[in-house]
Design a protein around this ligand. Structure first.
Ligand SMILES: *[C@@H]1O[C@H](CO)[C@@H](O)[C@H](O)[C@H]1NC(C)=O
Ligand SMILES: *[C@@H]1O[C@H](CO)[C@@H](O)[C@H](O)[C@H]1NC(C)=O
Ligand SMILES: [Zn+2]
Length: 448
C-alpha cells in the first residue's frame, strides 16, 4: 500500500466515523430513546390505585419487549371480575436446557396513590432534576426493577460473548400487588400456566438501603387485622359500675400497649430488628353513642371496639399469640369477642415457616450472592421484610424467593411523598441484573 493510498483510506475512515457519530447523535435527539427516557415513560403511565391503567402499561411493556431479541411475550388474566381488566405480562427468554427449573424475575405494575399537592414535582411527570433524580410514584416501588429487567435482557444479548442461557429466564409483570395480589400473583401461582413454567427460583421486589450495601429479604412478616369487641350493660354517665364495655375494652388496650412496648424495646435496645418482632399497632377505636353534635356525653355505651394492625415474623409462635388474644386481649370472661383476618400465610404447604434459607441448604443463595459481588456490589446481612409482598405466594408453594431491589445510598421513600430514584443508582441496578441473569441462568448445579 502506498503512503498516498494509506492517507486516502485514513481520511475516508475519519469521514465515515464523523458521519456515524453525527447521525447517531441526531437520532438520539429525535427519538429520545435511552434507558432513562424509557424508565420515565413507564413511570408516566398512571398505574396508581384506585384506578390503575393496566392496559397502557401492558401495551408499553409489550412494545419494549418486542424491541428485544428472542423474547416470547404472553398476556394472561386472572381477574375475578369481568369489568376489571387485570392483565399480567409474561416474558420468556428460552434456555438451552428446558428440563432445568427456570428463573422468574417479578415486579408489580400497580402502585399506591399519590397526593400531588404534597409533592415537589408532579408524581406522574417523572421529572428529571438537574441533580439527576427522577421523581415519580413507583420510582422505587417498583417500576424501577420492572424496567431494569428489560434493559438487562436487552444488554446481555448485545454482548459479543453472549450465549443463550442454559436455564430459561421469565419476567412477570403482575397487577394488584398493592391491594393483596388476590387477582394477580395469588391466582397466577395456582394456574396451569404457572406450573408449566417449572420455576426453581424467584427474585421479587425489595427495598432501598441508605448505605453502600444492597439489602436482600428472605421472608416477609404476615399481616393480621385484629378487631376486638366489648359488650356490657349501658349506664348513666354519672354511674360507677363494673364491667362496662368501655372499661373492658380499655383494659385490653392497656395490656396490648404493654405487649407493644415490650416488643418495641427489643428493637430500641438493638436486640432485634423491627421486622423480627411482632408489631401490634392500634389503627381505630369505635365507641360512643352518636348525637347530632358529636357524642352523647352522659351515657356509657354498651358496645366498644378497636382495630389493630398486627405483623408476625414467620418464625413467631402464632398459637401463643392466639392464646394471648383469647385469654388476655379479648377474653370471653370480660364479655369480649375478636376477629382475626389473615392477610397472608405464615407457613408453606408442608407446614414450615415461610423462609427462604440463605445458607448452603439453598444452592441459589450463593449463585445470587456471587453474581452481585461479580458486578461490584455488596450485600447486607439478609433480613425479614417488615411488610409483605407477592413473594409469600411463591414461598408458600415451596419456591425459594428473595426480595431484592438494587437501590443503595437512597432514602426509603416507598409509599411516601416525593418518591425518587437517582439516575446513577438506576443505571447501576441494570448492571447488577445483567450479572444476576447471567449467573443464575448459567447455573447447572442441583437445585432439588
Ligand atoms: C357481661 O355482660 C352482661 C350483660 O351484657 C353483664 O351483666 C355482665 O356483668 C358482663 N360480665 C362481665 C364480666 O363483663
Ligand atoms: C439453613 O437455614 C435454614 C432456615 O433458616 C435452617 O432451617 C437450616 O437448618 C440451615 N441449614 C444449614 C445447613 O445451615
Ligand atoms: Zn412494591
Amino acid at each position: 500500500m502506498t503512503d498516498l493510498n494509506h492517507l486516502f483510506i485514513s481520511l475516508l475512515l475519519l469521514v465515515l466515523v464523523s458521519l456515524t457519530l453525527c447521525s447517531s447523535a441526531t437520532a438520539h435527539q429525535n427519538e429520545q430513546d435511552t434507558p432513562i427516557t424509557r424508565f420515565q415513560r413507564y413511570l408516566r403511565i398512571k398505574t396508581a390505585h384506585p384506578t390503575p391503567d393496566y392496559t397502557s402499561a401492558i401495551n408499553f411493556l409489550t412494545q419494549q419487549a418486542q424491541s428485544i431479541p428472542n423474547l416470547q411475550i404472553k398476556t394472561l388474566s386472572f381477574s375475578s371480575s369481568p369489568h376489571h381488566i387485570k392483565p399480567l405480562l409474561l416474558l420468556t427468554l428460552p434456555g438451552s436446557n428446558p428440563s432445568l427449573p427456570s428463573i422468574l424475575f417479578n415486579s408489580h405494575i400497580d402502585s399506591v396513590p399519590a397526593e400531588p399537592d404534597k409533592w415537589i414535582h408532579d408524581p406522574f411527570a417523572a421529572t428529571l432534576t438537574p441533580e439527576g433524580k427522577i421523581y415519580a410514584r413507583g420510582a422505587q416501588d417498583d417500576k424501577c426493577i420492572g424496567m431494569q429487567y428489560l434493559e438487562s435482557l436487552r444488554n446481555i444479548q448485545k454482548d459479543p460473548n453472549f450465549k443463550m442461557p442454559i436455564r430459561t429466564i421469565h419476567v412477570s409483570y403482575v397487577p394488584d400487588e398493592e391491594i393483596g395480589g388476590f387477582d394477580g400473583m395469588m391466582k397466577f401461582v395456582e394456574s396451569k400456566e404457572f406450573k408449566d413454567l417449572n420455576i426453581g427460583f424467584m427474585l421479587d421486589e425489595g427495598q432501598t438501603s441508605i448505605n453502600d450495601e444492597f439489602r436482600v429479604f428472605y421472608a416477609d412478616r404476615a399481616p393480621w387485622n385484629l378487631v376486638i369487641k366489648a359488650k356490657g350493660n349501658p349506664g348513666h354517665g354519672s354511674k360507677l359500675f363494673d364491667n362496662s364495655a368501655m372499661e373492658n375494652l380499655m383494659k385490653s388496650v392497656e395490656l396490648m400497649t404493654k405487649f407493644r412496648e415490650y416488643q418495641f424495646d427489643l428493637v430500641k435496645d438493638g436486640l432485634k430488628m423491627t421486622s423480627e418482632v411482632i408489631s401490634v399497632n392500634p389503627v381505630y377505636l369505635k365507641a360512643g353513642t352518636p348525637s347530632p353534635t358529636g357524642f352523647v356525653m352522659n351515657m356509657q355505651p354498651s358496645e366498644a371496639e378497636a382495630g389493630f394492625d398486627v405483623r408476625l415474623p414467620p418464625t413467631a409462635d402464632s398459637d401463643m399469640l392466639k392464646r394471648r388474644i383469647t385469654e388476655e386481649w379479648a377474653p370471653a370472661i370480660r364479655n369480649m369477642t375478636y376477629e382475626i383476618t389473615h392477610k397472608g400465610p405464615l407457613r408453606d404447604y408442608t407446614g414450615r415457616p415461610l423462609v427462604t434459607p440463605t445458607n448452603s441448604s439453598n444452592p441459589w443463595w450463593s449463585v445470587f450472592e456471587q453474581a452481585v459481588i461479580a458486578a461490584g456490589g455488596k450485600l447486607a446481612k439478609p433480613e425479614i421484610l417488615a411488610s409483605t409482598t407477592d413473594a409469600k405466594y411463591l414461598r408458600q408453594i415451596g419456591i425459594p424467593t428473595f426480595g431484592f431491589s438494587p437501590m443503595k445510598n437512597t432514602p426509603i421513600l416507598l409509599h411516601d411523598h416525593n418518591e425518587y430514584l437517582e439516575v446513577s443508582v438506576y443505571l447501576e441496578g441494570i448492571k447488577i441484573y445483567e450479572s444476576i441473569m447471567k449467573g443464575l441462568s448459567s447455573f447447572e448445579g442441583d437445585t432439588s
